[in-house]
Design a protein around this ligand. Structure first.
Ligand SMILES: [Zn+2]
Length: 205
């Protein structure tokens, strides 16, 4: 199997997995991989379950569509911004997973203090404030917010996760969703444990 075919397979496998794991709804989200000096990315508005290698689109780092029978994801500019800035990145995954998306709407960095954050070398996940549609209106400070980290929250628009390949980026996206879920639980439990709410947990009555 050629290297490019192997990369196509990894993009397709990860695209199906973000759907199967509920990290996106329908045809939202997108997956890409670096191939030589270009990228291969999922097309726009195509169901992941029936995607084939021929559906992926080859795009140059300057945004020129080189090959593909469908338009690339409209959020391709987000991917390109990462690949141009980070030569260590070989795969990018963008999801709309619910807890991470909700946390992004708070505008605060995500840092529940989990051991997973150091284990997976994610650390604190920065949040880009404002509305980011992922298209040509991409935030110019995306690269700065991502820095050398593996993930960033896009205001009201989910997660952008990166890795050495699409599978590694998917793992980061899953960990970020887990972090946001735990952060939500922490806040909920702290509120419930406040003195005037403590009766919720008092089982002695
Ligand atoms: Zn999106």
């Amino acid at each position: 199997m050629t290297a490019s075919r192997r990369i196509d397979r990894s993009v397709l496998a990860v695209a199906r997995e973000i759907d199967a794991r509920g990290l996106v709804i329908g045809t939202t989200g997108n997956v890409s991989a670096r191939v030589a000096g270009d990228i291969r990315i999922t097309p726009t508005r195509q169901p992941y379950a029936c995607l084939r290698g021929r559906d992926l689109v080859t795009v140059a780092l300057d945004g020129t569509v080189l090959r593909g029978c469908r338009p690339p994801s409209r959020e391709t500019p987000l991917h390109l911004a990462v690949y141009r800035r980070r030569v260590d990145v070989g795969g990018v995954v963008h999801t709309h997973s619910p807890y991470a998306t909700a946390w992004g709407m708070t505008g605060h960095p995500l840092n529940p203090g989990l051991e997973d954050q150091s284990y997976y070398e994610i650390g604190v996940v920065s949040c880009l404030c404002g509305n980011h549609d992922g298209g040509t209106g991409q935030p110019r400070d995306l690269g700065h917010a991502l820095g050398s980290s593996n993930a960033v929250l896009l205001g009201n628009h989910g997660v952008l996760a990166v890795g050495r390949d699409p599978a590694a980026a998917l793992l980061v996206a899953r960990v970020v969703e887990h972090m946001a879920c735990v952060a939500h639980a922490q806040i909920t439990m702290r509120l419930a444990a406040e003195p005037h709410r403590g009766a919720v947990f008092d089982m002695s009555n």
